[in-house]
Design a protein around this ligand. Structure first.
Ligand code: SAM
Length: 236
C-alpha cells in the first residue's frame, strides 16, 4: 500500500489500541489538510468528537464536503453520535474548543513549521490541551538516500527533515519539559531488504500521558475560525 495509507492505518490502529481505546473520545487532527484522514476516524466508535484543524483555510473550504454525512452513513449508522468541527487555525495557538481533547494527531505536520511555531506547539499541546495521547509523524531524512533525485527535502514546503536522532531528541526534550508524558518511537514504510539500518520512510512518535495534574482554568481565546460544525453525524 502507498505510504500515506500505511501512515493512516498505523495512526488509526493506535487510536483503537486496547490500552486506552475507551478513553479516546475527542480527537484533534492538526494539519488535517484535505481532510483525508477523517475517513479513517469516523468509523471508530470510541470517538464521539473530531476536530480537524489546518492553517490553510482555502484547502479546508475546498474539502469540507468530505465531513458531510454520506448516504452510506445513514444506512450503516454509528451506535453513538459523532460531532465534527473543521477549524482554520494554527497548531501553536490555544483555542478553548480544543480543551478536553483526548488524542492529538499530527500526520506530516511538524516539518512544515518554522522554529517559533514548532516551539509554541509544545505548549499548546502538552501544557494547555494535555491529551492522553499525542501522535506525530514526519519524514526520516536518513531514508532520502534511497530516492533517485537528490533534492534536499521531499517537499518544497518542508522547513526541515530530521534524522531519527534529531526527531527523537526533539521528542525527548518535550518529555523532559512535560514529565507527565513518556514517548515511544517507531517507523512506517520500510525500505527494500538490506536497507534496514537507515530506518523507515516515515518516523512516528507516540506520547502518552501518565498522570493527570490539576487543570488551571485560565481564560483562553478562540484563535481558530470555524469552517463548519456538524453536531450529530449519523447516529442510530
Ligand atoms: N495530515 C495530512 C494528511 O495526512 O493528509 C497532511 C499534512 S500536509 C503535508 C501539512 C499541512 O500542515 C498543510 O495542510 C498545511 O496547511 C498545514 N500547516 C502548516 N502550518 C500549520 C500550522 N501552523 N497550524 C496548522 N496547520 C499547519
Amino acid at each position: 500500500p502507498p505510504l500515506y495509507l500505511q501512515r493512516y492505518v498505523t495512526v488509526q490502529q493506535i487510536l483503537i489500541n486496547e490500552n486506552w481505546k475507551s478513553r479516546i473520545k475527542k480527537v484533534a487532527d492538526f494539519g488535517c489538510s484535505e481532510l483525508n484522514f477523517f475517513k479513517y476516524m469516523k468509523h471508530l466508535h470510541n470517538i464521539n468528537e473530531i476536530l480537524c484543524v489546518d492553517i490553510d483555510e482555502d484547502t479546508l473550504n475546498e474539502n469540507v464536503f468530505k465531513v458531510h454525512p454520506l448516504t452510506v452513513d445513514y444506512l450503516k449508522r454509528r451506535p453513538n453520535q459523532l460531532k465534527v468541527k473543521v477549524l482554520a487555525g494554527d497548531v501553536s495557538q490555544p483555542d478553548v474548543r480544543l480543551r478536553g481533547t483526548d488524542a492529538v494527531v499530527a500526520i506530516e505536520l511538524i516539518e512544515h513549521l518554522y522554529p517559533d511555531s514548532l516551539e509554541a506547539l509544545q505548549y499548546n499541546i502538552f501544557q494547555y490541551m494535555k491529551p492522553l495521547l499525542a501522535i506525530f509523524t514526519t519524514p526520516n531524512y536518513e531514508f532520502n538516500i534511497l530516492f533517485p533525485d537528490t533534492k534536499l527535502f521531499r517537499h518544497a514546503d518542508h522547513k526541515f527533515e530530521w534524522t531519527r536522532e534529531q526527531f527523537q531528541s526533539w521528542a525527548l526534550n518535550i518529555v523532559t519539559r512535560f514529565p507527565n508524558y513518556t514517548v515511544q518511537f517507531d517507523g512506517i514504510g520500510p525500505g527494500p531488504i538490506g536497507t534496514e539500518s537507515i530506518g523507515c520512510s516515515t518516523q512516528i512518535a507516540v506520547f502518552l500521558r501518565h498522570s493527570n495534574d490539576v487543570d488551571q482554568l485560565s481564560e483562553v481565546p478562540k484563535s481558530c475560525r470555524e469552517i463548519i460544525t456538524i453536531s450529530s453525524l449519523h447516529r442510530e
